[in-house]
Design a protein around this ligand. Structure first.
Ligand SMILES: [Zn+2]
Ligand SMILES: [Zn+2]
Length: 238
């Protein structure tokens, strides 16, 4: 089983691994093709500016989306919740008990699931947005950029937990281009209830300051009666 990583999560089958490999290759090919189509269409300063603005907004949306999904996985449901429990909630809960666990996953296991989630979004963009129109070019760049950065999120998160990363990754982390190590430590520190964004982390401080997460939890509890799950490391948890 030479293609298998040294350690895999429980229930990680060979079929799933092949699907993930196909997903990653198809996704990277689609992003490259999309980038080519956009480059051909960025024919003047205005259209070039729309491209850059779309890519930037897509990066922000990915960071916000990573925060929402991570927050839901950390705070609601359990590993036994039907459908989402084993595949979506379990990795977040395991990550808090063993933060270094994800660093033992190889590239395919780290990025495969996100490639399968984002592929349909990118395919849809090729159909929906007419790149000749300014709004279409902007919309395409925004949504494809968001999907591409969502795909990269697990890798950025994994790097933030690794002891040894390549020099260029360290540069990106230290210059706050991608999720930083000390920045993400805040999330893994008591009381474990903020800094959920794990793409760039740019939105963590603004969302923390407006108490976005605690207010969202109060709203969920008021509407549904469901209280947020407290971290397994929380010493106040009996
Ligand atoms: Zn978490
Ligand atoms: Zn983490």
């Amino acid at each position: 089983m030479g293609a298998q990583p040294a350690e895999t999560s429980e229930g990680y089958s060979r079929v799933h691994r092949v699907a993930e490999l196909i997903g990653i290759v198809t996704l990277l090919g689609s992003i490259a093709y999309g980038t080519y189509l956009v480059a051909v269409q960025a024919t003047d300063w205005l259209r070039g500016g729309l491209v850059l603005l779309g890519v930037f907004i897509g990066y922000l949306l990915a960071d916000f989306g990573s925060g929402i999904v991570h927050w839901l996985g950390d705070r609601y449901g359990s590993v036994d919740t039907p459908l989402v429990g084993p595949n979506f909630i379990r990795p977040f809960r395991e990550h808090h008990v063993d933060p270094k666990g994800m660093t033992r996953h190889d590239f395919i296991e780290t990025n495969g699931n996100n490639s399968l989630v984002t592929l349909p979004v990118i395919f849809a963009c090729f159909w929906i947005f007419p790149l000749q129109a300014a709004w279409g070019l902007f919309g395409f760049c925004t949504i494809v950029s968001m999907a591409a950065w969502v795909f990269a999120t697990n890798q950025f998160h994994k790097w933030s937990h690794e002891d040894d990363v390549p020099g260029w990754v360290l540069w990106l982390q230290r210059n706050h281009v991608i999720l930083g190590v000390r920045h993400h430590d805040v999330h893994h520190t008591y009381p474990y209830e903020t800094y959920y964004c794990i793409t760039s982390g740019w939105l963590n401080e603004p969302l923390h300051r407006i108490r976005f997460w605690s207010r969202a939890e109060a709203l969920v509890e008021a509407v549904t009666g469901v209280a947020a799950y407290r971290d397994d490391n929380d010493p106040s948890k009996s």
